[in-house]
Design a protein around this ligand. Structure first.
Ligand code: C5P
Length: 302
């Protein structure tokens, strides 16, 4: 028996980062959006764990041992059910690694729902969410999908209403950025007084109201990301990439999560195709993808 599950990439439409906490994480207020770019995980019987990674998002440096979040997901689910972690886990990556799109989190979330069915562990949704939170800040959202407000370090998620679908073009860079490095750079810029200190978290209300009202213009105006300044600082050419997206006709563009992916909001599906074609021709990005969201979180598909 084999079970296949898929899980979506995410974009943060709002990412407000508070000060560094004692536990090494930053307090967040974020509005997550799950978009139509998916990783697929197929699990089957095995002895011990064996992980393989293929696909255009794999990029060569995704580990296949315990360092991979899918391995840790399998171990935690098995431990919670009091059974051995025996499975083969084949990850087909369309979501690039270290891109600010939560690709690793998507893989972990897909692995949890796939193994839950394969092993018959029948974890309650709350149990899976608890395991997800132990795996990483974005993994609970990868399970949930849709649109959600994220609090804490991002792991406390609650659904948000979106009146209509939104369309995006993702511009994906050649080389990834390390999430901890981007957070560290934010701390450095704050200590140097070069960006606001984050003591007061910016309100998520602008983005949430725009989604509730289905207003693309209001959404475009409300997009924000506190990790954008440190991402620019580590990767100066990102400024040009953002400008390329708005020059190509996007309503607004921002860095997705810790970057370096650029998420460009466009008016509709037609605009997405047009802007994607311009950006693909501009040579600024390695890959350009037209996507839409919200889409569902991790689920079994076969
Ligand atoms: O939770 P996750 O493993 O994805 O986090 C990776 C790293 O990103 C953390 O070790 C931390 O350095 C940084 N981080 C943070 N504050 C958050 C989330 C992540 O500082 N809310």
């Amino acid at each position: 028996m084999r079970v296949t599950a898929r899980a979506p990439a995410k974009v943060n439409m709002h990412l407000g980062v508070g000060p560094l906490r004692a536990d090494g994480f930053h307090e967040l207020r974020t509005v997550y959006l799950a978009v139509s770019l998916f990783d697929t995980v197929t699990v089957g019987p095995g002895e011990g764990l064996a992980v393989s990674v293929t696909g255009e998002g794999a990029g060569g440096d995704v580990p296949t041992d315990r360092r991979n979040l899918v391995w840790q997901a399998a171990e935690l689910l098995a431990a919670s059910a009091g059974m051995p972690a025996d499975a083969t886990i084949a990850v087909a990556k369309a979501i690039p690694a270290a891109a600010g799109l939560a690709g690793g989190s998507a893989d972990a979330a897909a692995t949890l729902v796939a193994l839950d069915l394969l092993w018959g562990t029948r974890a309650a949704p709350g149990d899976l969410a608890g395991i997800a939170a132990q795996l990483g800040s974005d993994v609970p959202f990868s399970l949930l999908g849709g649109v959600a407000l994220g609090r804490g370090r991002g792991e406390q998620v609650s659904p948000v209403l979106a009146r209509r679908p939104t369309h995006w073009v993702l511009g994906i860079a050649d080389e990834g950025l390390s999430t901890p490095a981007v957070y560290r750079e934010l701390d450095r810029l704050r200590e140097a007084g070069r960006v606001p200190d984050g003591a007061e978290l910016p309100s998520t209300e602008g983005v949430i109201a725009a989604l509730r009202n289905g207003s693309p213009a209001a959404l475009a105006a409300a997009l924000s990301n506190d990790l954008q300044a440190p991402a620019f600082s580590l990767r100066p050419e990102l400024r040009r990439a953002l400008r390329a997206a708005t020059d190509a006709g996007a309503s607004a563009a921002l860095v997705s999560g810790s970057g370096p992916t650029v998420a460009a909001l466009v008016e509709d599906e037609e605009a997405a195709v047009r802007v994607a074609a311009v950006l693909a021709g501009a040579g600024v990005f390695r890959t350009v993808r037209a996507v839409q969201g919200p889409v569902a979180g991790a689920r079994v598909v076969a």
